[in-house]
Every structure is written in structure tokens, then in C-alpha cells.
Design a protein around this ligand. Structure first.
Ligand code: SER
Length: 590
């Protein structure tokens, strides 16, 4: 039986033998894509290299990438959905194309994973106004050994992959594993992509286009290949399991819980165990990559994952800290694949314990009030806006409200109203906290303008010294000093503060030009501009650049070149709130 770690090993060895350079997984927090909270695929950290036309380490690359997708967080609880998952991938940057890619896949699946050839079915792109029908791929599959009858042509929904709304994309061909070989199809047209007896195991994308903001397609500088294979799913397939949670990735954790509860993996508890296992594993990796629970961005996703897992555990009947053995298990399980988690076990335990203490106090009250409320409603229907009240007042994330509603046989309607209210709430609290466009700036006092440019330099310097995890969380400027809040999980050392201060002063000395242009917000994001009040921006925004050191979406005003800023001095660094640091600084002019 092949385990998930063996699958990874075999995969990377195979592609190494085919001339690929094996690169480590990128962290879960995108380093150069402000439009996404998490890395969502093996391809995601590669997107920029497709745009640039080459990868710095070679034109054949392979890796195993840790990923998080939270679009269907509420689906988690069935046998196959996950928020965190691992993805194997191999890439060609303008090197091999369809023919070799398909040959590699077929060879690896049949010779190295020993999958019987008659279990393999494939789909290829049927063609539309964007790209032609992919007869070429179909031909190569046939040459490799897949008969015509097991090749299906499908449309964009199935056979097209894009990294996001804009950016690299292209037609793909997918490989499916038949769990019931030899059985006739339900109907001639119902093959892979239609009948769940076929499980998708590999996706080979032919990345040749770059989707523009206006929807048009531009050709990428080279013809590329991007493939992705989900580790959890393929492991289950290879082990003949329909339930991913039955593989060694989760099972020892769940089995121990089932034993502890005394009820086994009973039908009633199954969904809860899966939620616990999935969300806690995701939380472990998100924390390992430097995030802590909060009410914004990645921190908010982490908070939701932890709270939902905790609540599920409490429903099973577990007491405090029930997740500690699970963390130990995954830590040992993943350490070899991701050596970067080495120092993270204690931290994960502490962060979740801290959140647990906070949450256990508020949850009981919230749930009681929510039940009371639902009992008074006709058919136990609650609107998104009402659900938001329970978030705002009791800290119940939407998924938990949804869980309670589901358990009581009710329904949430107008869900999008929750998100709208949530955004408004964040905007209000941030605007109040930041107060950035009031006072100093509105008066355009020259000292405040210098301070404002210094704030941009400070943010860029912090990110250079401390890494891309640093994000603006607030800012306030007056004529005497600037205050800058940013996400970071510990105090800065003296040495770091000195480096940041020196770097800002160096950039002031370099007398860099400060320029702005007006672009579409989507374009600004693609340019890598840092943005703060994301939801508040108009379609077109002003982007300020300082040399090639800083790029931010901002209303201005700023000085014309950095030498006007004066001498930058950090006055103080302290904690602002959990996971947020605050720096006071000033600029002095002669
Ligand atoms: N990018 C494609 C996917 O995520 C293949 O790697 O499926």
C-alpha cells in the first residue's frame, strides 16, 4: 500500500529523473499576490514566473506545495473536502509541452504507481472562442495507451484552469481513476466529470494565456505546462478508500478521538471528527506560517477554523485542549516534508489554547441566545444580517451560526448580507482606528506630507526586513509624528528596528522620485501595489511608487522626491493589539 509520504517521494524522484529541479514548498501566505489570502495551488507561487517567461532555477521544476482553499469551508465534513491540502506539481517553463507532459503522466501513473491502465480515463478541452478544441492532447493520450472511448471532450467548466480572474490560464487535460472498471457507463455521454465513480487524480494545464483585466487573452511569453495532483485524494484512491479521512493522514488522529469518546467513528460523530481534523490541521500550518487569530484577513480565517473545530470537539464531548495530541501527530508526520515547521509545535499549541480560552467564554452565551432566537422564528429561518448580529455580539462566525441552524433544522437566507455587514463593520472600525485622512493630511501641512511619504518608506522597509507577512493595520499622522500599525506576531529586536530605520534613511538619501498614476484597482493589485482599505477603493485608484522600493494604493499627497522627507527616526515600538505592532516615528528637517 502506498502512503502519502511515499507518493510524494515517488513523484519527486520521478520528475527529478526527468530533469526537473525540486524546489521547496512556498509558505501559505502569498509573498507577492496581495489579491489572495492564501496560496491556493502548486501553481500559485509560480504564476509570476509564467508572466516573466522563466523560472530562476530552470525550465523544469517540481514540488509539493502546501495549499489552503476556504471557498467551501462549510462543505468540510464530508469524505473528500479539505481546507488545507498538499499538491504535487511539475512545471515546464517554455520547455516541454503537451506531448512530454502527457507521456510523463501516463508513465508515472502506470509504471510507478502501478495503476492498471484500464482504470485511466481522460478529458480534454472541447474548444470555444478562447482556444481551439484540443485534439492534440487527445492524440498524445491515445499514443500513450488510452483508447478513444475513454477520452472525453468537455468545456471550460471542466477543462480550463486559471490562477485567478486575471493572470495565467489555459486549457487543461484531466486524468481520472475509475473505481468500477469494466462497468458500462450510465449513458454514452456520462463519463468522467459526470459520474462520481471517476475520481480526478491529475490535472495538466497548458498555460499559454494571460487573462487581462478587460477579459481579453494575451499570449504568455512561452508555452508552459502546469500540473497538479492532490495528495490527500490520490492517497485515498491508491489505498482503495472512498473517505480521505481513513488514510494515515488523518486516521490515527480520528481513531484516537473515537476511542476517547467511547462511541467509535459513529455516523453521528463522523462529520464532527472530519471538521475537527481538517480545520485543526489547517490551523496548524497557518500558524506555522506566522498568522495568529484576529478579525482581519488571514487571521480571521484562522479564527474561524479554530473556533469551528473547537465547537465540534465540544459537541463530541471533549474538554479543554483535546487537540494537543493531534498537533503532535501532524508535527511528526509532516516534519520531513516541511522542515520549516520545526519550531512551530509549541506555538501552534499556545495560539490555539489562547483562542480556546477566549472562545469558550463567549460561545455558550451566544449559542443559547441564537437557539432562543431561532425558536421564535418561523421555520427557524435567520437572515445573513441577523447572523451578523451574533458574530458582532458573541463572536460566532458564520459557519458556527450555520452549524447551529442546520442542527436545529433551520435555514440561513440572504447569506451575502452577512458579508456586506461584515465589510461595513471592518471599514467603520478601521477608519475610526486609522483616522488617516483626517487632520494632518487633510490640511496638507508640509510636515504631514513628509510624514506620509515616510510612512510608505517605513512599510516597505518593514516588509524588506521582516518579510511579506507585514501588512498595514492602521496609520495616523499629525504634524509631530506618525503612527503605523502592522501585522506581526512579536516585538521587534533592537537590531531589526535599527535596520528598518537605516533602510528608510538610505532610501531618503538616494533621493528617489515619488510618482503616481491612476489605474484600475485590479491592475494595481497585479502591479503588486499594497492596499489597505481594500473594500473602500473605487474602480480606479491612484498608485504611488517610490523608486522601485515602494508601491502602494494611496490618495496622497506626497513629497516629490525622498530627499524632501528629512531624517527619519523611530521613537517607539510596542504592541497595539494581538498580532499587531505599533511604531511611532518622526521626521526631522533642518
Ligand atoms: N493549477 C492546476 C490545479 O490547481 C494544476 O496544477 O489544478
Amino acid at each position: 500500500m502506498i502512503t502519502s509520504r511515499e507518493l510524494i517521494k515517488k513523484y519527486l524522484e520521478f520528475f527529478k529523473s526527468k530533469g526537473h529541479v525540486i524546489v521547496p514548498s512556498a509558505p501559505l501566505i502569498p509573498e507577492d499576490d496581495p489579491s489572495a489570502l492564501f496560496i491556493n495551488s502548486g501553481m500559485h507561487p509560480m504564476a509570476r514566473f509564467f508572466l516573466e517567461g522563466r523560472h530562476p532555477l530552470g525550465n523544469r521544476i517540481a514540488d509539493v506545495q502546501r495549499c489552503v482553499r476556504t471557498d467551501d469551508i462549510e462543505e468540510v465534513g464530508d469524505a473528500t473536502h479539505h481546507t488545507f491540502f498538499e499538491m504535487l506539481g511539475n512545471w515546464s517553463f517554455g520547455d516541454y509541452f503537451k506531448k512530454e507532459s502527457i507521456r510523463f503522466s501516463y508513465e508515472f501513473l502506470t509504471k510507478h504507481l502501478n495503476i492498471e491502465p484500464n482504470r485511466l480515463w481522460v478529458t480534454v478541452f472541447a474548444g470555444d472562442e478562447d482556444a481551439p478544441r484540443d485534439d492534440e492532447s487527445a492524440k498524445y493520450w491515445q499514443e500513450a495507451g488510452i483508447p478513444k472511448e475513454r477520452i472525453f471532450y468537455l468545456g471550460k467548466k471542466d477543462n480550463w484552469w486559471a490562477v485567478g480572474e486575471t493572470g495565467p490560464c489555459g486549457p487543461d487535460t484531466e486524468v481520472f481513476y475509475d473505481t468500477a472498471p469494466g462497468r458500462p457507463l450510465k449513458s454514452d455521454s456520462c463519463g468522467p466529470g459526470c459520474d462520481s465513480r471517476f475520481v480526478e487524480i491529475w490535472n495538466n494545464v497548458f498555460m499559454v494565456y494571460d487573462r487581462q483585466a478587460d477579459g481579453g487573452l494575451k499570449e504568455l511569453p512561452a508555452k508552459n505546462v502546469d500540473t497538479g495532483m492532490g495528495v490527500e485524494r490520490v492517497t485515498a484512491v491508491l489505498q482503495g478508500k472512498k473517505d480521505n479521512y481513513r488514510t494515515e493522514v488523518f486516521w490515527p488522529v480520528i481513531e484516537a478521538w473515537a476511542k476517547q469518546s467511547g462511541r467509535g467513528y459513529a455516523a453521528d460523530d463522523k462529520r464532527l471528527y472530519r471538521i475537527m481534523a481538517d480545520h485543526l490541521r489547517a490551523a496548524f500550518f497557518i500558524i506555522a506560517d506566522g498568522v495568529i487569530p484576529s478579525n482581519v484577513m488571514q487571521g480571521y480565517v484562522l479564527r474561524r477554523l479554530i473556533r469551528r473545530a473547537l465547537r465540534a470537539g465540544w459537541q463530541v464531548g471533549f474538554g479543554k485542549r483535546f487537540y494537543l495530541p493531534a498537533f503532535e501527530y501532524w508535527y511528526n508526520f509532516y516534519l520531513q516534508t516541511y522542515p520549516e515547521i520545526k519550531e512551530c509545535l509549541e506555538k501552534a499549541k499556545q495560539v490555539v489554547a489562547g483562542e480556546e480560552d477566549k472562545f469558550s467564554q463567549t460561545l455558550k452565551r451566544g449559542e443559547k441566545e441564537l437557539c432562543k432566537f431561532l425558536n421564535k422564528q418561523k421555520d427557524r429561518v435567520i437572515t445573513g444580517k441577523e447572523a451578523f448580529y451574533f458574530y458582532e455580539t458573541y463572536g460566532l462566525p458564520l459557519e458556527i451560526v450555520a452549524d447551529v441552524v442546520k442542527e436545529m433544522g433551520g435555514k440561513i437566507i440572504e447569506r451575502q448580507k452577512f458579508n456586506e455587514a461584515f465589510k461595513q463593520h471592518q471599514q467603520k472600525s478601521r477608519t475610526a482606528a486609522a483616522g488617516m485622512f483626517k487632520g494632518g493630511l487633510a490640511s496638507h501641512h508640509p510636515q504631514a506630507v513628509r510624514m506620509h511619504t515616510a510612512t510608505h518608506l517605513l512599510q516597505a522597509a518593514l516588509r524588506q526586513v521582516l518579510g511579506g507577512k507585514v501588512k498595514q493595520a492602521g496609520s495616523k499622522i499629525d504634524e509631530e509624528k506618525l503612527r503605523f500599525d502592522f501585522t506581526f506576531d512579536r516585538a521587534l529586536t533592537k537590531e531589526e528596528l535599527r535596520q528598518v530605520e537605516d533602510l528608510v534613511n538610505q532610501k531618503i538619501k538616494e533621493d528617489l522620485p515619488v510618482r503616481w498614476e491612476v489605474v484600475e484597482f485590479e491592475k494595481a493589485k497585479r502591479m503588486g501595489a499594497l492596499a489597505f482599505f481594500e473594500h473602500k477603493y473605487d474602480e480606479k485608484v491612484r498608485v504611488y511608487t517610490i523608486g522601485d522600493f515602494s508601491i502602494e494604493v494611496c490618495g496622497g499627497p506626497h513629497v516629490k522626491s525622498t530627499s524632501e522627507v528629512g531624517v527619519f527616526k523611530i521613537l517607539k515600538e510596542k504592541s497595539s493589539s494581538a498580532g499587531v505592532r505599533r511604531i511611532y516615528a518622526t521626521v526631522e528637517t533642518n
